[in-house]
Ligand binder design. Structure first.
Ligand SMILES: Cc1ncc(COP(=O)(O)O)c(C=O)c1O
Length: 433
């Protein structure tokens, strides 16, 4: 079981989250329930602030809000003065609604719609992580029409393979994201931007993938990026003033995962960048990072109620819970592994191996396979799945017309709803009668 966090522990036979008995949270708010430790999120955001933003000149950590996106999280990020990575006009709209300074919002995405570009610019969101030539064309037209200037950071593919699963690798040659670093493609993009009246060249962006545990992958990517910086200087005589080093910092979902230390990653990245710039006597650039999972992943615990328990002799025991891939799609999508525990029997020895599945009508609907639990597990128990803070709620759906669970923040013995549970009426909110 992963209880590496400060906020969850076992007392007697019960799991406690931020000092509150998990089964009491389940009773009060119902299940399935996304419980997020506000204390843990604050701790992680404070790490971004004190160990990166305050430590280096012109450093700005961006929270990759796709990992967990709701009003409450943007408000928290805003409190710490960090920036935000948004991938759609929808995410931007919520960030703005939460009071975010448009100048701290970075607009990402491989297919920003013209309507989204217009939305962003008309709300003074001008920092774009530019992905492709079609986007350059659209930015040129739309920014011109609105009398705005896009500040461009170009996403370049470093040609490095890293990340926990093929679907979350983004730094290798065969990817839908960014400009290729081959055949002079990214240089052609920079040339177009330098010639543009409505787009300003600021820098380059690198994201190699997600759930990365390999420090050398980060170092290698930055070394590669320093080659690009030199190539850009040699071709155009321009010193790149902004480097976005991406996110992807791996977290522990199970005992097998060994996360890197945050400061080891950032200090290695900064070392590579500063060494290169200092060696040329160039002014040091602004540097950005954009972790998501690192901030919210371990903060989440999903509580479910156990239903049917099906023993198939000599095969396996299936434990069904009252949610599934509609609230956590990571296992079907990425073959993710999770730890969990029977929250109301947390002190009992685990002598039974089970596979925890959802109630969705798909065989792939699985939370975690071959997990040791108490042999005393039974219908009505509360089952807690750890480290569900990232890419669970934000990827949730209404498949099989399951209402989305509520999100509750816990902090120093108190709890509050930040997203209410959906009702059956919500399920037909947009249907015509
Ligand atoms: C461009 C970019 N930046 C940052 C992230 C955040 O990754 P993670 O949550 O693994 O830190 C992602 C994840 O998909 C991404 O695509």
């Amino acid at each position: 079981m992963v209880l590496q966090t400060q906020f969850a522990d076992i007392k007697g036979n019960d799991l406690y989250i931020d000092g509150i008995k998990a089964s009491d949270l389940a009773k009060q708010y119902g299940t399935p329930l996304y419980v997020m430790s506000e204390g843990h999120i604050r701790h992680q955001m404070n790490e971004l602030k004190t160990k990166f933003m305050d430590k280096y000149e012109k450093a700005l950590p961006l929270f990759a809000s796709k990992s967990f996106s709701c009003l409450a999280i943007y408000k928290l990020a805003n409190e710490y003065g960090i920036g935000i990575d948004c991938v759609s006009a929808g995410e931007i709209s919520i960030a703005l609604r939460a009071g975010f300074d448009p100048d701290k919002i970075y607009f990402h995405g491989n297919n920003k719609l013209p309507s989204e570009i217009e939305y962003a610019l008309s709300h003074d969101v001008t920092h774009f992580v530019v992905d492709n030539f079609y986007e350059i064309e659209n930015c040129e037209k739309i920014a011109g029409k609105l009398g705005k200037k896009v500040k461009a950071t170009l996403r370049i593919v470093p040609g490095i393979k890293a990340g926990g699963h093929n679907y979350i690798m983004t730094g290798h040659k065969d990817t839908k994201f960014g400009f290729s670093s081959h055949y002079g493609i990214y240089l052609k993009a920079i040339q177009q931007i330098l010639e543009s009246d409505n787009i300003e060249y600021e820098g380059i962006h690198c994201h190699i993938g997600s759930q990365v545990f390999d420090l050398f992958a980060y170092v290698n990517a930055m070394l590669q990026f320093m080659k690009f910086v030199n190539e850009i200087y040699n071709t155009f005589g321009v010193v790149t003033s902004k480097i976005n080093a991406g996110g992807g910092y791996g977290i522990a979902y199970t005992k097998q995962d060994e996360p890197l230390d945050f400061e080891s990653i950032t200090s290695e990245i900064m070392k590579v960048i500063y060494n290169e710039y200092d060696s040329h006597g160039w002014e040091r650039p602004a540097v950005m990072i954009e972790p998501g999972r690192y901030v919210v992943g371990n903060a989440g615990i999903t509580l479910y109620t156990v239903g049917c328990i099906k023993e198939i002799p000599d095969v396996r025991t299936y434990v069904s819970i009252d949610g599934g891939m509609s609230d956590n799609i990571r296992t079907p999508l990425y073959d993710a592994k999770y730890d969990g525990i029977v929250a109301n029997k947390a002190g009992e020895t685990k002598t039974k191996t089970v596979t925890v599945v959802g109630k969705i009508c798909e065989s792939a609907d699985m939370i975690t396979k071959d997990l040791p639990v108490t042999a005393n597990i039974m219908p009505g128990d509360i089952f807690a799945v750890f480290s569900t803070g990232a890419y669970n709620y934000s990827m949730s759906s209404n498949y099989n017309q399951l209402p989305k669970p509520a999100v509750v923040f816990t902090y120093e013995g108190e709890s509050r709803v930040v997203v209410r549970r959906q009702t059956f009426d919500d399920l037909i909110l947009f249907d015509e009668e």
